[in-house]
Design a protein around this ligand. Sequence first.
Ligand code: ZN
Length: 295
Amino acid sequence: MKLMRFGPHGQEFPGIQSADGSWLDCSAFGADWGEAFFANDGLERLKSWLRNHQSACPVVSSETRVAAPIMRPSKLICAGLNYVTHARESGMDIPPEPVLFTKATTSICGPFDDIRIPLVRSQSGVARLAEKTDWEVELAVVIGSECVRVNTDSALNHVAGYMLHNDVSERETQLHRSGQWVKGKSFDTFAPIGPFLATPDEVGDPGNLDLWLKLNGETMQRDNTREMIFSVAQLISYTSWHMRLLPGDVISTGTPFGVGMGLRPERYLQPGDEIELGIEGLGSARQHVVAEADA
Ligand code: ZN
């Protein structure tokens, strides 16, 4: 199955992408794709409900906004430096165990929403447009059932599905303004997710998926998830030894080589830029870049 959500910001409704690619409104199912849905065997219940009701689901017009495929989760956890070549381009050591950080869940937006370069404050307090907004194509994993200290061997049994994620990052705030990465990762629109959540049966091996990102038509990132340092199963297990993972929580598994910070000279997003990105089996997304003040 491919879960989607549609509609204006704050008025999203649940749906699916059917096998023929059409978008269907599943509001009549009576639940949105969030923690309670995943916790109560929602994927199985939806599957059997669709057997009898899919033909009666209204088609969603292609003009409708595509929202993030799941409701706002309790946590959006990210792995940093999880590809050898990206750790090198970032000038960082290859981590002996996973680097985890959080993004504020309010940064989540739809896969075709504008990315807004944020207003930031200088150390003297003057507001200006951020200068180092960067892109990161990533495979994101959605947790299907509670995880506390799960083993790597059983970790994939806790997966509800996979999604495409652009872990947008403001490098100055992330790296040069003291403290944790969370500050540069959490601005509004910094987590475009989707177009859909694909269940594990549709994806196959999450450790062998091509992923790519283009900026204004030019390929910036192209790699395969087999190059991850820590596998999806290892990341779920490791995270679950540090916090309780709830159904619907998201773990983003890190980005490969080719971000703007790694280029010489460095290159960052400008208003008017267009990003396209995709992962094998998880569709593609496109984001237009605007300045916060214009939004
Ligand atoms: Zn990232």
